[in-house]
Design a protein around this ligand. Structure first.
Ligand code: ATP
Ligand code: HSE
Length: 308
């Protein structure tokens, strides 16, 4: 269960007194999630999600909270943070930075997305990328090429010869590409199936913006397609790719150069998550509940891109 910080009723009442939400009716810890403490909160005014940030600092959080507000105000389905009486999204609760969000009241994560769900997600991501370059704040990608190198050095001693060769060669391959001429903006950077809630063909909400950063837009599409459009053996499901890709491009047509580097981007996106999963596998963070995801999945996705 992912409640790291227990919130007592009195503490929550004191916290809620800074918002205009009526009195507290009930609240309950949320089991899902790995990084933060989340509670569902019901007050007279409605249903909310309370997040206590376990890792991000007060200095880093305004980027994410203002981004979610900006996106929600520009028709991206995501939870809008609530402003307190001082018009601030961020407060402290039990020694942790904390914020309240609108609760998305429908939908759940899908494990095997349908073609229609892929199409709808592509449209939403394309729309996100149309508006995200105008978001005024900036945050670099902390999981970019510099991090790839450092993380590779950490995990290489644990890999067998074939994996180590694959990793070294992929890093060498990727260093040939600087991607200076590709369109950029804010990217979600982790839009996996477990970060979107669908009810049938309705995309109710996109969650978990805490990897968002400014980077190449095409890279975000590659991250998304690697997760949403892949068979368990790592091969892309061309039907799902085509429909997600086409609906994305209807919103934001790709440049000729983006089309050219698309295969490189799919490999870069696979490399990034192979590395983070290897790191979590061999260096689990103490005190963190580990729902460690299997690195092999992303090794296979990377291999499948290299061989296609
Ligand atoms: N605004 C919201 N409305 C409805 N449900 C939400 C909302 N925010 C979070 N949830 C629920 O809480 C769960 C955990 O949230 P989230 O994925 O953001 O967890 P986390 O620990 O912050 O991040 P991570 O997924 O990286 O572990 C989600 O899967 C979802 O079920
Ligand atoms: N979506 C990531 C975990 C959270 O960053 C993965 O599946 O490896």
């Amino acid at each position: 269960m992912s409640v790291y910080t227990i919130v007592e009723r009195d503490q929550l009442n004191a916290f809620l007194s800074h918002y205009n939400l009526g009195t507290l009716i009930s609240y309950q810890g949320i089991n899902a999630g790995i990084v933060n403490t989340n509670y569902f909160v019901t007050t007279q005014a409605g249903e909310w999600v309370l997040t206590l940030f376990e890792q991000l600092s007060c200095e880093e959080l305004p980027y994410f909270l203002k981004l979610m507000a900006y996106l929600a105000e520009h028709q991206v389905p995501c939870p809008h943070p609530l402003a307190d009486e001082t018009n601030c999204y961020l407060r402290q609760l039990n020694g942790k930075p904390a914020a309240l969000f609108e609760r998305i009241l429908c939908g759940q994560a899908v494990e095997q997305p349908t073609l229609t769900q892929c199409q709808i997600l592509g449209t939403a991501l394309g729309h996100f990328h149309i508006i995200s370059p105008h978001f005024p704040l900036y945050r670099p990608n902390e999981h970019g090429p510099h991090w790839w190198k450092i993380t590779a050095e950490r995990v290489l001693p644990y890999l067998n010869t074939a994996e180590a060769t694959l990793l070294r060669e992929e890093l060498r391959f990727q260093t040939q590409y600087q991607h200076m001429d590709l369109p950029r903006g804010v990217i979600h950077a982790d839009l996996f199936r477990d970060n979107a809630l669908f009810e049938g063909d309705k995309l109710c909400g996109i969650l978990d913006f805490y990897y968002a950063c400014n980077d190449v837009l095409l890279y975000d599409l590659a991250i998304t397609i690697n997760d949403w459009c892949t068979f368990p053996d790592g091969r892309l499901d061309e039907q799902r790719v085509q429909i997600l890709f086409a609906s994305y491009c209807e919103q934001r047509p790709l440049t000729a150069f983006e089309h050219e580097v698309w295969p490189v981007m799919l490999r870069a996106a696979a490399l990034r998550f192979w590395l983070s999963r290897l790191q979590d596998w061999y260096f689990p963070r103490p005190g963190e509940l580990t729902h460690t995801k299997n690195p092999v999945e992303f090794r296979e996705i990377l291999l499948s891109h290299i061989n296609s």
